[in-house]
Write a protein that binds this ligand. Structure first.
Ligand code: ZN
Ligand code: ZN
Length: 403
């Protein structure tokens, strides 16, 4: 287990740097039941900075599995609409949100992919109004991680549980810079670096990015008036938050119809409690027209078939191989970490704030119930920027920024 002092430091970073909880603000927390001890420390820090109320919601992998083992078939089209509606209301009245991730990455391995797909669709539809407030940064929010035993066992299958948990904590604390002497200033410095990178890319006004590597030859057309963002984000309520801890990415909006070529995933994707490995897809005019995976293919295909926009891109992100997450050499089987270890693309909904003037399908912004990141970068992948005049500017070589 992790020391109380380190856990407290992580809680403090989450409250002060991640969410940046304000005096008088309500804080809603989502967390795995195993993360109770961290949630309690977060609550203490939140109240110390003046939170009006801290409301935790806990998830339990056993209850999720109990449903798949025992529930009637009709159960899988249900979602707790009332709960998402309540959270949506509270966010629209100014509450902040902290999500703690750490669920068992393969909690649903072996269960019927069709039922998993139905459950995810029902959930995505019910949660959409709430998610819209989050993805448009109506309020300040953040995501952090807790090393649950089930997650740790999945990342370190050859170790006994206590050793696996210890190793995963070590990786989380180092990736979130919680092991530094002064993590708060380390994060400020890092956020400034990401901002510099965004400014460099924004000044270039690339028309497209070209990814080349083993199994990958992909041209991602960027939307006109795209904006590169990363690091700290000023929410619409004026509060600056760091939405992901860790965060290493700078990202922007692709044009929903201007993506062509083939791309192979560089890391496995964990989605909805199932591991999806060796994804390979082909895009034509923005749309996936062929999709394969060596494992979890049915789940991946049902994800892509969620709606029209699920087969198109809503985000493209660049992450260097030198990021602390990438340097750990681990595959975390968790998107919060893996997407910050490699350049990635996301299927589904685009973030309106990554385009000047916002989104909208008429401008080329993608719309979908889903937003799922998957990793395509590695030290064997090069990225070029293509200018409107057609000249080629090296952006990344062997996973490192050269721009
Ligand atoms: Zn991303
Ligand atoms: Zn994303």
């Amino acid at each position: 287990m992790i020391g109380e002092q380190q856990l407290d430091r992580l809680a403090e970073i989450a409250v002060k740097i991640g969410v940046n909880v304000q005096p008088g603000q309500e804080l809603i927390i989502n967390a795995p039941i195993d993360a109770r001890v961290l949630v309690q420390l977060v609550a203490a820090h939140a109240y110390r900075v003046g939170a009006s109320l801290v409301v935790p919601f806990y998830n339990d992998d056993f209850v999720v599995r109990a449903r798949f083992e025992n529930a009637e078939d009709s159960s899988f089209d249900f979602a707790p609409t009332w709960l998402y509606e309540g959270i949506r209301r509270s966010l629209s009245e100014g509450a902040a949100m902290l999500s703690v991730v750490g669920a068992d990455p393969t909690v649903l391995a072996g269960f019927d992919p069709k039922r998993i797909g139905r459950m995810q669709r029902a959930q995505a539809a019910a949660a959409r109004p709430m998610r819209n407030l989050i993805s448009s940064f109506t309020v300040n929010w953040s995501v952090i991680a807790f090393a649950t035993p089930a997650w740790a066992r999945s990342v370190f299958p050859d170790d006994i549980e206590s050793v696996a948990v210890e190793k995963l904590w070590h990786a989380i604390l180092s990736a979130t810079r919680a092991d530094r002497d002064d993590p708060v200033s380390a994060w400020r410095e890092h956020a400034d670096q990401l901002l510099d990178r965004c400014e460099t890319l924004n000044a270039k006004r690339f028309e497209a990015l070209h990814f080349r590597g083993p199994g990958t030859d992909l041209r991602v057309g960027l939307i006109d008036d795209h904006v590169w963002v990363g690091g700290a984000t000023e929410a619409l309520n004026g509060i600056v938050c760091l939405p992901n801890l860790p965060t290493e990415e700078v990202f922007t909006m692709p044009h929903r119809e201007r993506v062509d070529g083939v791309v192979r995933a560089s890391k496995p994707l964990v989605h909805g409690g199932v591991l999806i490995e060796d994804i390979a897809v082909r895009f034509e005019k923005g749309r996936i027209v062929e999709a394969y995976a060596s494992r979890g293919e049915e789940i991946f295909r049902s994800l892509v078939a969620t709606d029209e926009g699920a087969a198109r891109l809503g985000e493209v992100a660049l992450v260097p191989e030198a990021s602390p997450v990438a340097r750990s050499g681990l595959t975390f089987r968790n998107t919060l970490f893996d997407e910050n270890a490699a350049s990635h693309i996301a299927l589904g909904q685009a973030y309106a704030f990554t385009r000047r003037g916002g989104g909208g399908p008429e401008a080329g912004a993608n719309e979908s119930l889903i937003h799922v990141d998957w990793m395509i970068g590695s030290d064997r992948v090069d990225v070029d920027g293509i200018t409107p005049e057609g000249s080629v500017v090296p952006v990344m070589r062997a996973g490192a920024f050269v721009i």
